[in-house]
Design a protein around this ligand. Structure first.
Ligand code: KIV
Length: 291
């Protein structure tokens, strides 16, 4: 049995996401930010790799995703697309790269495809984002939507907290998701949304929903690489499941290395290069004669 949910070879064809939803097969998505994480995600069989603007926090050490720039996201996306061959690689459009105008949004989305090899882009929000989605899709670049908790507008949403928890807000979220589908999105991320609402949205949409803190009723799930692998310090949101503690493993490995260096246990013979005896003798003779 193939490790992939789908049956084709090479790059996952985008329309297969619809087929996976139709067949009730769940879609796995993870973020990645460099060549090795893209390669490992591919080897693990995920369908979608997101070069998230979460990089601003988990890779670059900012307090929010807002400072992420086009140049930073382009650099990271280039590295990820070199590693992730089979999955669709989606570049997250950073704050400021699509808010100003449709033209700006198209120009920046095209840069991700042409300069970084991305297969698609992701945009946060609905409302004014809808015309951006139409414009980018119209230019031939597939777009993933993102509603619920949209970290780029966390200040306006009152912080990093669940969305759609009143009937009125849930109605709005439902309509936003439908509008994003109508605008041309091929999939929609639902972040920090009550499971019951996410299930209803999922049933209403033809395109797949990818949940993060949105329950098991979504068509797929996404987690941030550093959260999943235990590489991020600080309080994780309740929707994070940690599958490994690589941060702790890395710390312990580095402590062992530091101790070995200090105690002279590293490097050993096996880590060093030899020189033929006669060459060494000649060198020593030269050294002895040198004034
Ligand atoms: O930037 C990101 O990592 C994201 C995911 C949490 C969906 O947008």
């Amino acid at each position: 049995m193939s490790k992939y949910a789908s049956w084709t070879h090479g790059k996952l064809p985008l329309p297969e996401l619809l087929e996976l939803k139709r067949r009730g097969q769940k879609i796995a998505m993870v973020t990645a930010y460099d060549f090795p994480s893209g390669r490992i995600a591919d080897e693990a069989g995920v369908e979608l790799v997101l070069v998230g603007d979460s990089a601003a926090m988990v890779v670059l050490g900012h307090d929010s995703t807002v400072p992420a720039t086009m140049e930073e996201l382009l650099l990271l996306t280039r590295a990820v697309t070199r590693g992730a061959k089979r999955p669709l690689v989606i570049a997250d459009m950073p704050f400021g790269s699509f808010q100003v105008s449709d033209d700006d949004a198209v120009r920046n989305a095209v840069r991700f495809v042409k300069e970084a090899g991305a297969d698609a882009v992701k945009l946060e929000g609905a409302g004014p984002t809808l015309s951006r989605v139409q414009a980018i899709v119209g230019a031939g670049v597939p777009v993933m939507g993102h509603v619920g908790l949209t970290p780029q507008s966390a200040t306006m949403l009152g912080g990093f907290k669940a969305q759609g928890r009143t009937a009125e807000k849930a109605e709005r979220l439902y309509e936003d998701a439908l509008a994003l589908e109508a605008a041309g999105c091929f999939a929609i991320v639902l972040e920090a949304v009550p499971a019951a609402i996410a299930s209803r949205v999922t049933e209403a949409l033809q395109v797949p929903t990818i949940g993060i803190g949105a329950g098991a009723g979504c068509d797929g799930q996404v987690l941030v690489w550093h959260d999943l692998l235990g590489l991020y310090e600080g309080k994780a949101p309740r929707f994070v499941k940690r599958y490994a503690d690589l941060g702790d493993a890395a710390r312990r490995a580095l402590e062992a290395y530091v101790a070995d260096v200090r105690e002279g246990r590293f490097p050993e013979e096996q880590h060093t290069y030899a020189i033929p005896d006669e060459e060494l003798d000649a060198f020593e003779a030269w050294l002895g004669a040198r004034v």
